[in-house]
Design a protein around this ligand. Structure first.
Ligand SMILES: NC(=O)c1ccc[n+]([C@@H]2O[C@H](COP(=O)([O-])OP(=O)(O)OC[C@H]3O[C@@H](n4cnc5c(N)ncnc54)[C@H](O)[C@@H]3O)[C@@H](O)[C@H]2O)c1
Length: 260
């Protein structure tokens, strides 16, 4: 019996990186998974491999959310889990961030997460509850100079999550909402970021073990294990939480390497 046996889950940005690892693990643990992405080829191929269903979607486009939730409920009779994972990261600090970079970053992360929660919540509440899992970042907790818009968007996801959790608790609708805050994880987003900042390049789809160790990077499956926990009933008493998954990077930044 899998840990999410019989549950119906939507994972956005599931064609690559963390979303792909989430979709794979949720499927392995018994969920019916709907994978969404703008990357149709990679999304369809992974959906086929793990026995999921692919839905083409730009998360910043609200009408696709209405169709996605309606089709999911029609097909599987309900919706239990939504992982708002899709994201982009453009390297630009406060001086280099253009209005276009600002608006697009907020549209994908903040509009996407808002539309997802807004449309999934009634479907979850109708069947007695569910789990909204919003992918934020440690950027929401400390801010990252070369990622101005990204840090702002992830901070917004953090506080949006808490507002939704408070609402659900007051409505006693059984829906939980939590944010996940990874540090740097070995995915194509980080490969692009590091090479853009003059760092190492991956070997194929991932960094070598040595580079990953030297840079202190996590693996997508590490984050997927946390997403699985939040999707499962094992986390039934957890809502409004910010789950940091960074092997202590944030506390070291805040306290100094000697713990001062
Ligand atoms: N990798 C990390 O170190 C890290 C750390 C903290 C947070 N995150 C967050 O985790 C999430 C996944 O990141 P990743 O590292 O796997 O990146 P990734 O680039 O490997 O994957 C992102 C996926 O999102 C999809 N996507 C982009 N824009 C979209 C849109 N408008 N609509 C639908 N899909 C879209 C892409 O096609 C891609 O498949 C993001 O929200 C990211 O900000 C990543």
């Amino acid at each position: 019996m899998g840990r999410v046996e019989g549950k119906v889950a939507i994972v956005t940005g599931a064609a690559s990186g963390l979303g792909a690892a989430d979709a794979r693990l949720l499927a392995e643990e018994g969920a019916s998974v709907v994978l969404t992405d703008i990357n149709v080829e990679a999304g369809e191929s992974l959906a086929k491999e793990i026995g999921g269903h692919f839905f083409e979607q730009d998360v910043s486009d609200e009408p696709t959310w209405q169709r996605l939730v309606a089709e999911t409920v029609d097909r599987w009779g309900g919706l239990d889990v939504l992982v708002n994972n899709a994201g982009i990261a453009v390297i630009a600090d406060i001086e280099k961030t253009t209005p276009e970079i600002w608006r697009r970053t907020l549209a994908v992360h903040l509009d996407g997460t808002f539309f997802g929660c807004h449309h999934a919540l009634p479907a979850m509440a109708a069947s007695g509850g569910g789990s909204l899992i919003n992918m934020s970042s440690t950027a929401a907790l400390v801010g990252i100079a070369p990622y101005l818009a990204y840090s702002a968007a992830k901070g917004g996801i953090r506080s949006m999550t808490k507002s939704i959790a408070a609402h659900c608790r007051s409505r006693r609708n059984g829906v939980r909402c939590n944010s996940v805050h990874p540090g740097s994880i070995d995915t194509p987003m980080v490969h692009a970021a590091l090479s853009g900042l003059g760092g190492p390049k991956p070997e194929g789809e991932r960094f070598s073990d040595k580079v990953r160790r030297d840079l202190g990077l996590g693996e997508p499956r590490d984050v997927a294990q946390l997403v699985l926990f939040l999707a499962s009933d094992d986390s039934k008493h957890i809502s409004g939480a910010e789950m940091v998954i960074d092997n202590g990077d944030t506390v070291v930044q805040l306290s100094g390497p000697g713990g001062n």
